[in-house]
Design a protein around this ligand. Structure first.
Ligand code: PAF
Length: 284
């Protein structure tokens, strides 16, 4: 496995792979890899001649009071994990390579409207502009045939699919289901911030998702009733405070009243200082 930091270097490796008739899979990440990322990498490995994983903590997608400075980073550990998952090339550019004028001086951004203002976007203004911009850049740099994203970031997937469709980007978006710990906690690089009591309290997210599924399976079709039972469950956990509880249309992310077809149940909850998300899609 090669580790490259320059845009020109990764482009040369992709060019060479294409000349050899290989297709290219890209797994964009911010590093501090966990089993969720490794599942994306193994899925890409099974489908492509060249697998590129990017590791870049993107300053554009963090707000001024968010955890950019302390976001966990460990390139050596990530490189050996990526190699074990069959990645051919880790692209780990420094900030200067991606934003030579500095992130604060970037003038060009990709703005996906409306769906970025809901759910996480309502709490994190500018977050999805940062995500869409860096993902568009990574697509331009790596030119993957397929890019792989985790379903834990459900809104991110909706935004990226919309961006690629509306900008006619020649890349297919593949998604992989949420990977969970044995007790249900969805894997996240931010889980390392949880102390033992918070780690226990964080189970309220997966319990909420399970409760929503049970209610839906039992025939509940009133979205407000689902939000209410989740709110009560989260309210019963002293270390948890919900940012949002959404039962929405999976394409438009507009809140539903009656659940008559597919629905996305999504939540963001603060456990101490750590903000965690979880979701499930009800196929209807
Ligand atoms: O999901 C993430 O880790 C990031 O948002 C992504 C897609 C790598 C863009 O920085």
């Amino acid at each position: 496995m090669k580790i490259v930091t320059g845009i020109a270097e990764v482009r040369a490796l992709v060019r060479q792979a294409r000349q050899e008739g290989k297709t290219v899979g890209l797994v964009p990440t911010m590093g501090f890899l966990h089993e969720g990322h490794l599942t994306l990498m193994r899925t890409a490995r099974a489908a492509h001649g060249l697998v590129v994983a990017s590791i870049f903590v993107n300053p554009l997608q963090f707000g001024p009071r968010e955890d950019y400075a302390v976001y966990p980073r460990d390139l050596d550990r990530d490189a050996s994990l990526a190699a074990s998952a069959g990645v051919d090339v880790v692209f780990a550019p420094p900030v200067e390579e991606m934003y030579p004028q500095g992130p604060a001086n970037v003038l060009t951004a990709v703005e996906v409207r409306d769906i970025t203002e809901r759910l996480c976007g309502a709490q994190r203004p500018g977050h999805f502009r940062g995500v869409a911009t860096v993902v568009a850049k990574l697509f331009n740099i790596v030119t993957p045939d397929v890019a792989y994203f985790g379903e834990k970031d459900a809104q991110q997937v909706v935004v990226i699919k919309r961006m690629t469709a509306e900008l006619s980007m020649d890349v297919a978006i593949a998604t992989v289901p949420i990977v969970r710990e044995a007790d249900g906690l969805a894997l996240s690089s931010r889980n390392v911030f949880l102390n033992p009591a918070e780690r226990q309290a964080a189970l309220v997210l997966s319990r909420s998702i399970r409760l929503a599924r049970e209610r839906l399976e039992a025939g509940e079709r009133n979205a407000a009733a689902i939000r209410k039972v989740i709110k009560e469950l989260i309210g019963s956990e002293p270390l948890a405070a919900s940012d949002y509880i959404s039962v929405c249309d999976p394409a438009t992310l507009r809140e539903l009243e009656a659940i008559e077809g597919p629905a996305l149940v999504a939540l963001a909850v603060r456990i101490g200082k750590t903000r965690l998300i979880d979701n499930m899609t009800w196929e209807g």
